[in-house]
Structure formats: C-alpha cells, structure tokens
Design a protein around this ligand. Structure first.
Ligand SMILES: [Zn+2]
Length: 261
C-alpha cells in the first residue's frame, strides 16, 4: 500500500488499533496503522471498496451527542462562522446531515455534499471527486472530512478548481504532532480507525497544498471539549492536569487556504 500523501511504499507498522469512533468502541477488529518512512504520514492498511463503506460507516456510527457535546457544538458552529465573509457562496464537503450549512444566515448561499443519504434540499448525495459541479464557490469547507478521503491531494486540487477568484478553503484536521497523539498512540481520540485514511503532521500539510494557494495553520484546542480527556484514558494521572493541557492542546488544526495573492 502506498502512502496517501507521497506515494512512497516505504513504511512501518507502528501499532494496531481497535475500530473506535471518538469515545465509542465499535468492535475489536485489529486495524494495522502504518507510518510512511519518507514523509511521516500515518495511515491504516485497508482496502477501500463498497464493502468498506458499508462496514465502517453503518447508519448508527454517528451516535447522538451528550449534553456537553451539544452545547459545545453550538459554540463550534459560531466559531467556524467567524472565518466566513458575511456574503458568499459556500460548499461544505462531507457535510453529514447538514448541521453547519443549516446554521448559516441567508446571506450565505450554502450547499453541502456527502456520500450518505439525505432528503435535505441543499445537500448533494455524491462523491466529491466524481461529482460534476455546475458552479464555482467563494468558500469551500472541510470540517474534519478531508482525512476521510483516500487521495487528499486530488481533493484539494479539485477544490482549488472549484474556487472563485479570491476564494477561501477551510480545513479542520487532526494533527499527529500533538502531545495527545504521542501519549495516547493507538487510543488517540482522533485516530478513528479505519475511517481516517491519512493522519498528517504539520509538516505534511505542505504536501497537500497545491501551488497558487497560500496557507495559514492555527491550533483549535476548543473544537472538541473532551477529546483530550478520552485520549488520556490510559493516563489517569495526566487527566488531573486537564484544563492546562487542554489550553495548549494541538490535536486538531485549522488550515486556512487562500487563492488571494
Ligand atoms: Zn509519505
């Protein structure tokens, strides 16, 4: 299996992980996670076919959020909107049931695209890579969806082609440079094996971004309130320092790509 970022075949298995999603253990099937020896990117060794989607994206895999998570979700939607121009056309890739596009004001003409079935009038049910779009967008968002694609470089190159002049691409994604990953390893909250098909470090971001786009990376420690708590399930003593560690947490990052020169 080739590295999804640099296509290198040089890799080493770093560990196996169970099939879990966030704090939810789904089954104990061992999924081998490899590290590319050329670029350092992590990826699960798994065949991507129709069976894969049926098996690892069952209808109930997105469980209903807890009370804390629901409150935080509202804050999260508010925080994401701060990055948007007040009036624009927007495409949300991997939009799920449309939570983000539903939260936007009418001045933002938002469309979502997702593989899962939806009756939402503004959600296209299709594969982003295969779908033929008949318009361009001012903003394209990937809220924790890019890592679910097998060929992230192709995805970003397509997003760049779909972008209007002076457009913006916003990506949130896990970061393996974080202390949480180093400590948690195969129980890292953001591993999501085998749905996360690549897990980058900050250095890997350079490999995904096509020429002609400038970018800025910021850490988003407040994006998931309890991700670090669940990542530290095997380190109860470290949990005592939770508020401090969470404040400096770099488990997830926001990449702001701009076509403006
Ligand atoms: Zn690589």
């Amino acid at each position: 299996m080739n590295c999804p970022l640099c296509s290198s075949t040089k890799n080493k298995k770093i560990f196996s992980a169970n099939n879990f999603h966030g704090r939810h253990h789904l089954d104990s099937k061992k999924i081998p996670i490899f590290k590319c020896l050329d670029c350092g990117c992590l990826y699960p060794k798994i065949s991507i076919n129709k069976k894969y989607y049926k098996k690892y994206y069952p209808k109930n895999y997105q469980s209903s959020p807890s009370l804390v998570e629901s409150i935080w979700l509202k804050f999260n939607l508010f925080y994401k909107k701060l990055y948007l121009p007040p009036k624009c056309s927007l495409l949300d890739v991997g939009c799920g049931s449309g939570q983000f596009i539903n939260s936007l004001p009418p001045s933002i003409k938002a469309t979502g695209i997702d593989l899962s079935k939806s009756n939402h009038p503004h959600i296209i049910q299709a594969d982003f890579i295969k779908h033929k779009f008949n318009q361009k967008y001012d903003v394209i968002t990937f809220w924790h969806s890019l890592e679910h694609f097998q060929h992230p470089k192709k995805v970003i190159a397509k997003a760049q082609r779909l972008l209007n002049k002076d457009g913006l691409i916003l990506i949130t994604i896990p970061n393996t440079d974080s202390l949480a990953f180093k400590v948690a390893q195969n129980s890292w909250f953001h591993l999501d094996p085998p749905r996360h098909l690549f897990l980058p470090s900050v250095r890997n971001i350079n490999q995904i971004i096509p020429q002609g786009l400038s970018y800025k990376i910021v850490s988003t420690p407040l994006e998931f309130p309890l991700d670090l708590y669940w990542s530290l399930k095997k380190r109860p003593l470290l949990r005592l320092l939770y508020p401090i560690l969470k404040f400096f947490d770099t488990q997830t990052m926001l990449i702001k790509l701009s076509s403006r020169r």
